[in-house]
Design a protein around this ligand. Structure first.
Ligand SMILES: Cc1ncc(COP(=O)(O)O)c(C=O)c1O
Length: 363
């Protein structure tokens, strides 16, 4: 081992050395259906208005550290109950990191059903926290409540993450199951509502019922992935503590101005969501027609499907060779063996994907 490599090994924590970096493939030139983005750009007149608004930005000054104007707009637009406070994040990834950094002791356990959003496990591992994944039911990816009850009893998790709808499976967990988890959990329960725009369901109105419930949102999936804005709603007692960890200027001035503007214009984004929902139905039906494909119903802006007779790695590679980039989940193993995930794109992108997939499956 070189001197430098052994220095790196001796100075850094073993859990960091053991991790693999979150991999983002180069997508240039592809029909990009891998990252749950809203594929639609803004109409020209909206772009012009946005650019005028950006003139307000003062790049020589730090941004408003408390995002007060933006917070007021978010509260109004997303029905945040009056008694709840907000924590702002550079994407919801940062909020997950802040919550986990605040936990007491390195023995704290983080629990989530799996498969789910990989950053819960990744960030917990990075921080040296124990992570417990509880397999979802095999047939329908619902919460396995017997397994959840047992795991909660055994591990007494400090935090439970529930993605609602779940990524990568696309389903909404049953409301009664979530309510039971909220009753029996000894610590925090974070409902990660990243895809709420496509599901129309939320626990936001129920915040006052459960003082250990936190509702996390992001504007990424609605159409602002490039701006990086996430937020967490919950009781002031929690938010005040998390806010001490948040770096003072984590939401930059361009993001603050642009998200305020986008929220004012949210009817445009909502119309785009409407188109995506129509195309989700189309894609679901068309995928269901392909033989050897098991397709799962989705409440998000992507669809999970399983190849019953083909090698998923090969199909993924051939789709990529034909210019279509989706997400290969087969390497994750477990419940995701044979699974691929496609984000709903624009109609012509969806057609290209379906055509390429039909060709690959027939070849
Ligand atoms: C369930 C879930 N939560 C959070 C995120 C991260 O979102 P952000 O872009 O706000 O960091 C994702 C992104 O894929 C996700 O699927």
């Amino acid at each position: 081992m070189s001197d430098l490599a052994s220095k790196v090994r001796s100075l850094l924590r073993p859990e960091i050395l053991a991790l693999s970096a979150y991999h983002v493939p180069d997508s240039s030139g592809y029909v990009k259906l891998d990252a749950m983005e809203n594929p639609y750009s803004w109409p020209d007149d909206m772009v012009e208005e946005w650019l005028v608004r950006l003139r307000e930005a003062q790049p020589n000054r730090y941004p408003d550290p408390s995002c007060s104007r933006l917070k007021a707009k978010l509260r109004e637009a997303y029905g945040v109950p009056e008694e709840a406070d907000l924590l702002m994040g550079n994407g919801s990834d940062e909020i997950i990191q802040i919550i986990l950094m605040a936990l007491q002791g390195r023995d704290a356990t983080v629990l989530a059903p799996e498969p789910t959003f990989v950053m819960y496990r990744q960030i917990a591992s990075c921080l040296g926290l124990k992570f417990v994944g509880v397999p979802l039911r095999e047939a329908d990816f619902a919460l396995d409540m017997d397994a959840m009850r047992a795991a909660i009893e055994t591990h007494r998790p400090a935090v439970i993450f529930l993605a609602y709808p779940n990524n990568p499976t696309g389903n909404l967990f049953h409301t009664d199951d979530i309510a039971e988890i909220l009753q029996i959990a000894p610590g925090l329960v974070v409902l990660d509502e990243a895809y709420t725009a496509y599901a129309g369901r939320s626990f936001m109105p129920r915040l006052a019922e459960f003082d250990r419930l936190l509702v996390m949102r992001t504007l990424s999936k609605l159409g602002l992935a490039g701006l990086r804005l996430g937020f967490l709603a919950g009781a002031k007692a929690w938010i005040d503590e998390f806010d001490k960890i948040r770096l003072p200027y984590n939401v930059n001035v361009l993001t603050q101005i642009s998200t305020e503007f986008a929220i004012e214009k949210r009817s445009v984004l909502e119309a785009q969501v409407g188109l995506i929902l129509q195309d989700r139905q189309y894609l679901y039906e068309e995928l269901g027609r392909l033989s050897g494909v098991q397709v799962y119903q989705s409440d998000a802006n992507f669809i999970l499907f399983r190849l019953l007779r083909h090698d998923a790695n090969q199909v993924f590679r051939k789709l990529k060779d034909s210019g279509v980039l989706i997400k290969n989940l087969h390497p994750s193993g477990g419940r995701l063996v044979g699974c691929l995930r496609v984000t709903i794109g624009m109609p012509e992108e969806n057609r290209k994907f379906l055509k390429a997939l039909a060709n690959v499956l027939a070849s």
